[in-house]
Design a protein around this ligand. Structure first.
Ligand code: TNX
Length: 529
């Protein structure tokens, strides 16, 4: 089909040598015939301003995949990897230059993130496997990201994953230069973050009965009426945030409101319009019972929750969900109707906007910015809100035109809970079809935006909803290698994109994923379009 028509990217200059197995494709690469030999004799020389711990993860990675131990050195020597900071030599934020010749490796970063990403590139050049020495290809790479926001989302409400696994995945995200982890912590099927002020979130909202959930073929062990659930303690949350920060990944927490709130309502039924009783959802979907927008207790509860959340996630955006909120209960609720009247609102859509604005003002008082799914545009967008465009591109386009920041996550293009193949025997997924090629060909900046409007597009994110991901191996099967396509569209220049080259490099990455104990799908072997 169309593979032959894909323009060969400008990133690999004509006449340069072999294609390096890197993902994302750097801005500029040229290769030489020389090689640098990495061995136990190679030292790591940390230049001015680079903290000794900065290269520790790189030393660990090299040891893990090859057995080679690199020592750090204060003095510059031959047979060394030199790390330097120089924001003049590398003017772009998060950018780096990497030069490998026979004698040495020189890595110059614009900032610490740049040095970090250069080390990721260097890590990717190492073929995994035990060895006394590894040959690194001679090259000169100049690189920096296209987008400042390069994200992956993970739903831990429908199914939860261990802290150790989250850390492993954070390592992998960093390896591909993704810098944002959007952590979907609450939903109808379970509340997964410890909030000390509201203990019933832990004892009630964190659990559900497993009788109806899922699909018999995929989840036979779940049809036994057992309780499913759990939550991340505040200590675990802090640990994840610390771990991510060391890897230049920002963690954005999501606390869903006003919809997708059934687990919280089960714990605190007085926050729903009918007063309950409710039951943490035992099947997937969208539920009519949402937080009551006419009850001030709802706002007391949510601001109480958010105050603890703000303390756990320093500096990040706070994502408040905002998607898929049915208005059925609000229509029948005297308190909600009174609020509509008192606040001179036109309808329930404006009531939702009132809800989000009130939360946004609270976050602003804590110096935090609100992020939400594109339904937060309904009834008017809160000042300063950043929009995540998931139902398509329209929400993102509208928000950018209004001068709001936007992250593009359109479901039909980049959802990783959708099928990656058309094989009838493929493992059950949410529906939809987002093969590797489709994600790779997605262009995050909608063509209808003017250059000035396009600047509001911060970047792009892939979303991993976990309804049909009951365990780690299924989650990895769905995430990898598709996350690699996302990583490349988020980082590499548009002109450098070349699907044929991407497939070759993805095959080479398979080994590296396995060295990191990740089991990817082999979706690159499927003819998908
Ligand atoms: C829609 S995407 C949802 C999620 C589901 C997902 C399934 C979004 C903001 N909401 O609650 O898990 O579809 O693909």
């Amino acid at each position: 089909c169309c593979l032959g028509l894909v323009r060969v990217g400008g990133a690999q200059p004509a006449g340069s040598g072999a294609v390096l197995p890197l993902i994302p494709q750097p801005v500029q690469v040229s290769t030489t015939k020389q090689h640098f030999t990495l061995s136990n004799q190679t030292t790591l020389h940390l230049g001015q301003g680079i903290a000794p711990g900065k290269a520790a993860f790189f030393q660990q990675y090299v040891r893990k995949v090859s057995g080679i131990s690199l020592k750090t050195a204060k003095q510059a020597t031959n047979n060394a990897i030199h790390l330097r900071l120089d924001s003049l030599a590398v003017p772009q934020k998060e950018g780096y230059k990497l030069v490998i010749d026979q004698k040495q490796v020189t890595l110059t970063g614009h900032d610490e993130a740049g040095v970090f990403y250069g080390l990721q590139t260097l890590s990717q050049l190492i073929s995994p496997g035990p060895a006394a020495s590894v040959q690194l290809p001679g090259c000169a790479i100049s690189d920096y990201p296209r987008f400042a926001y390069r994200g992956m989302h993970l739903d831990v409400s429908r199914h939860m994953f261990p802290v150790g696994t989250l850390k492993k995945w954070l390592d992998v995200l960093a390896f591909y230069k993704i810098n944002t982890f959007h952590w979907h912590l609450t939903d109808d099927q379970g509340w997964r973050i410890e909030i000390k002020k509201y203990p019933r979130l832990q004892s009630v909202a964190a659990y559900r009965n497993e009788t109806l959930i899922g699909h018999k073929r995929e989840l036979p062990h779940r049809f036994d009426g057992q309780r499913y659930g759990g939550y991340y303690t505040q200590e675990e949350v802090k640990d994840i945030v610390r771990y991510a920060t060391e890897r230049h990944i920002t963690v954005i927490p999501e606390i869903e409101m006003p919809g997708h709130a059934l687990a919280a309502l089960t714990a605190y039924p007085e926050l729903g319009c009918t007063g309950g009783p409710y039951q943490t959802a035992t099947f997937w979907g969208v539920f009519d019972d949402v937080y009551c927008a006419g009850n001030d207790a709802t706002f007391t509860f949510l601001t109480g929750v958010l105050d603890e959340v703000v303390g756990l996630f320093p500096k990040s955006y706070i994502h408040i969900g905002g998607d898929e909120c049915p208005k059925t209960r609000w229509q029948a609720c005297p308190k909600c109707q009174k609020r509509i009247k008192d606040e001179h609102l036109r309808d329930e859509r404006e009531l939702q906007s009132y809800f989000i604005r009130r939360i946004s003002q609270h976050l602003a008082s804590k110096n935090r910015q609100l992020m939400g799914w594109d339904e937060i545009l309904e009834g008017g967008l809160a000042a300063g809100a950043t929009v995540m465009s998931w139902t398509g591109e329209q929400g993102g386009i509208e928000a950018a035109k209004l001068g709001h920041h936007v992250v593009m996550t359109p479901e039909k293009q980049v959802y990783l809970d959708y099928y990656q193949s058309l094989y009838p025997t493929d493992s059950l997924a949410a529906g939809g079809y987002t093969p590797l090629s489709k994600i790779y060909r997605y262009e995050p900046v909608p063509a209808v935006l003017t250059p000035a409007q396009a600047r509001y597009v911060l970047g792009v994110q892939a979303n991993v909803w976990s309804e049909y991901l009951p365990n780690v191996s299924k989650a990895e099967y769905m995430m990898f290698p598709r996350v690699l396509a996302l990583a490349e569209i988020a980082w590499s220049p548009k002109a450098a994109r070349n699907y044929t080259s991407f497939l070759t490099r993805t095959r080479a990455q398979n080994q590296r994923l396995q060295a990191m104990h990740v089991a990817p799908a082999r979706s690159y072997d499927w003819i998908t379009d």
